[in-house]
Design a protein. Structure first.
Length: 162
């Protein structure tokens, strides 16, 4: 089973798409307390509806909060949440980061850390036959407002070619 570590961007997009619970049922899911602060604590202060969804999923233990043993002090252009996820990757094995933050993804590529985007997670769920094509397209439609149109079109083609 895959071990996925979510940054804030990924949690928000997957919660908004309505597929986060299904993701958690299909994979071992983790985040850090820094990411929880960004998505839940700050999100609730700003009255973001996805903050409540993410909080409920964390409360149910579907996503485990795991803090890194290795602390990354600073990397250019990375926030506290991304740094904590990077530290988690360095202190754990077999973790795939889920992010849609381009600066973070660039860093992950340079360090050869495996990653998926939120759209990639939806496509993976379909490829593993965890969801139907119609479910995948439904969730992709909900995430469409947060992603580039070329990414949306590519994912839709990938799903329909399967």
């Amino acid at each position: 089973m895959y071990n996925l570590a979510f940054d804030s961007d990924a949690l928000i997009k997957l919660a908004h798409s309505g597929i986060l619970v299904k993701v958690c049922a299909s994979f071992n899911c983790f985040t850090t307390s820094k990411v929880k602060e960004e998505t839940v604590d700050e999100g609730k202060k700003r009255l973001y509806p996805d903050a409540d969804i993410i909080d409920e999923i964390l409360e149910r233990g579907l996503i485990k909060v795991r803090n890194p043993r290795n602390r990354i002090i600073s990397e250019r252009n990375l926030g506290k949440g991304e740094l904590s996820i990077l530290g988690l990757c360095k202190s754990s094995r077999n973790i795939i980061v889920v992010s849609d933050d381009q600066m973070f993804i660039s860093h992950l590529e340079k360090e050869y850390n495996p990653f998926l985007t939120p759209v990639g997670v939806i496509v993976l769920l379909r490829k593993l036959k965890k969801i139907s094509l119609s479910e995948a397209l439904h969730h992709l439609e909900y995430i469409k407002v947060f992603i580039r149109i070329d990414v949306y079109k590519s994912a839709k083609e990938d799903l329909e070619d399967d």
